[in-house]
Design a protein around this ligand. Structure first.
Ligand SMILES: NC(=O)c1ccc[n+]([C@@H]2O[C@H](COP(=O)([O-])OP(=O)(O)OC[C@H]3O[C@@H](n4cnc5c(N)ncnc54)[C@H](OP(=O)(O)O)[C@@H]3O)[C@@H](O)[C@H]2O)c1
Length: 260
């Protein structure tokens, strides 16, 4: 693998078993040191081990990004460990309500906004001095939900659309300090979660995972679904000096399922 992120320090907020883990390992393979943040310390330790196995350096910080003091501590610990921060990747995710908006409890909608929008904004605010010093980057992980209006995705779409809006405004506001702010919008990600979901669907409808995959992939230009590595690489590109003139943009990674 290349060295796109040689000597860079990347903070990944919301590190779980999916994209967060893959991002951490691939950032390390590209030469970065990584700070891993989420609420579950044991998961962070597992991912830190994967990073070490890949030859990288990781520190873990148990953090709840909806809590201001906890987020402040993440900044303190990141700077204490590495002395600088070159990129912040906002990846945190929790399963949205998946009900029609007409029947969605406002508390669910509020929780989605609190995590996805205000969590990312809080970290961006708190890391701004460090990112201004490094002329760094923010990458917000969005979703293809901003490109469609399918039923039951309403509360997720509200949160991710507001995250896109915040990313664009922040690009304008932070640009004069040399900070870039971009988004990655993945579609389906052919990883563990989707494999389990397709297996569940196959059981329910008496068909096979392969058939469901083919049916889903038929809606993309490339007739396949992106894997987790391919989504992570788009975020790494935007965090890297290869994207030094790119800000305020959203890169869709969906094998051509939606054009915009
Ligand atoms: N998976 C997909 O198919 C897909 C498709 C399109 C877009 N995306 C986007 O891709 C991103 C990653 O999704 P993923 O499913 O692969 O995630 P992941 O890396 O497997 O996990 C994300 C982690 O965020 C952490 N988190 C949740 N609330 C938090 C909080 N308050 N403070 C700190 N951390 C918190 C959770 O860990 P703790 O519980 O330990 O805090 C969770 O494990 C998300 O932004 C998602 O919207 C995913």
């Amino acid at each position: 693998m290349g060295n796109l992120l040689q000597d860079k320090v990347i903070v990944i907020s919301g590190v779980g078993p999916g994209l967060g883990r893959t991002l951490a390992v691939r950032c390390a393979r590209h030469g970065a040191s990584v700070v891993l943040a989420a609420r579950t310390a044991s998961r962070l330790d597992e991912v830190a081990k994967d990073v070490a196995d890949a030859g990288g350096r990781a520190v873990t910080v148990a953090a709840d990004i909806t809590d201001h003091a906890s987020a402040e501590n993440l900044v303190t610990e990141s700077l204490a460990a590495f002395g600088r921060v070159d990129a912040l990747v906002n990846n945190a995710f929790s399963i949205p309500a998946m009900k029609p908006l007409a029947r969605t409890d406002f508390d669910h909608i509020r929780a989605g906004i609190e995590l996805t929008v205000l969590g990312a904004l809080r970290l961006t605010q708190l890391f701004t001095p460090a990112l201004a010093e490094s002329k760094g980057a923010v990458v917000n992980i969005n979703s293809m939900v901003i490109r469609h209006s399918q039923e039951r995705y309403g509360s997720y779409k509200i949160a991710k659309s507001a995250l896109l809006a915040a990313s664009q405004s922040l690009a304008t506001e932070l640009g004069p300090q040399g900070i870039r702010v971009n988004s990655v919008a993945p579609g389906y990600i052919w990883g563990e979660t989707l494999k389990q979901y397709f297996a569940h669907q196959a059981d329910k409808y008496g068909t096979t995972v392969d058939r469901i995959y083919e049916h889903t992939a038929a809606g993309t230009d490339l007739k396949r679904l992106p894997d987790t590595d391919e989504v992570a690489d788009a975020a790494i590109f935007l965090a890297s000096p290869m994207a030094n003139a790119i800000t305020g943009q959203c890169l869709d990674v969906n094998c051509g399922e939606f054009h915009h």
